[in-house]
Write a protein of this length. Sequence first.
Length: 328
Amino acid sequence: MSSFKALVIEKTDDGQTVALKDFKVADLMDGDVAIRVTHSTLNYKDGLALTGKSPVVRRFPMIPGVDCAGIVEASDNPDFQAGDRVILNGWGTGETHLGSYAEKARVRGDWLIPLPKGLTPSQAMAVGTAGFTAMLSVLALERHGCSPGDGPAIVTGAAGGVGSMAIAFLAKAGWRVVASTGRVSETDYLSELGATEIIERSELSGPGRPLAKERWAVGVDSVGSSTLANLLSSIQYGGAVAACGLAGGMDLPTSVAPFILRSVALLGIDSVRARKSLRLEAWDRIARDLDRDKLAAMTSSIPLADVQSAATDILEGKIRGRVVVDIG
Ligand code: NDP
């Protein structure tokens, strides 16, 4: 096969175009492993890339898609051989390296990990970077020494991908989970995932005080901006917040008060360049802890042809949970 179907972003004088096209195998970028992509997923960052709302894409033409599950077709990497099932999250795919909204990908073998035991490729993509990031957040809070006996955990952007996964993981780990959402209509959904209390997003938005009532022991924040600032002001003495997102904005209008008066810790979470040992640890824990029924309840599936319209929806906060892209 000298060409394959791919969603391709091209730069134009007016911005960018996105179209499903035939892409030449010869035009794939360098890498020591060739993959037949079977599944991908839709993350917030993919939405930014496909709409051009943020400068996520750093070379053109670009095949977007930051997550990939597939089967190795050929490998010059000693860790992988033809027929192996693998996954890839991040490492600049869909940004600087051609990504996975395509039937084929060529990548560096050290970016790959084997498909986690007990997960199908579709389930691994239902988890995707969003779930991987949620687990990195949980691991960071645990490493900081936080545990469910300390008090409740709060998750912001609760009905989104990272939020939904974080609720499920925290509940499984024994935390009492409070979900902050702009969609209280999703109360049943959030409760099924494991949230015991739902609060309106507006409680945490807008200008807040440097210190507010201590309400939660830990937080997983996918929203940023004033939401994260208000969260920090409301964390109990010695607690921590894992900051992993910016769905509400990239700024952080806070003060040093929570840090120097309450010993609150702000833990930064990056999924893109996380080291391999941490990836393996996170995916082992995901495969072990994730309730497959909850995963199914938060997942929908679309073909490659529908990715572009779903990209607009995710930026408008209209997607609930996770979306798998079925490539075949
Ligand atoms: P989703 O769009 O699925 O979820 C984001 C959620 O945030 C929405 O569902 C909504 O939740 C809430 N939200 C959206 N807009 C606003 C707003 N203006 N103010 C307050 N809340 C808002 O995206 P993902 O879960 O895939 O990603 C979430 C964030 O995490 C993104 O910013 C993404 O870039 C980031 N991210 C970071 C990673 C990392 O490596 N650090 C990796 C993956 C994602 P609700 O309706 O419940 O209020």
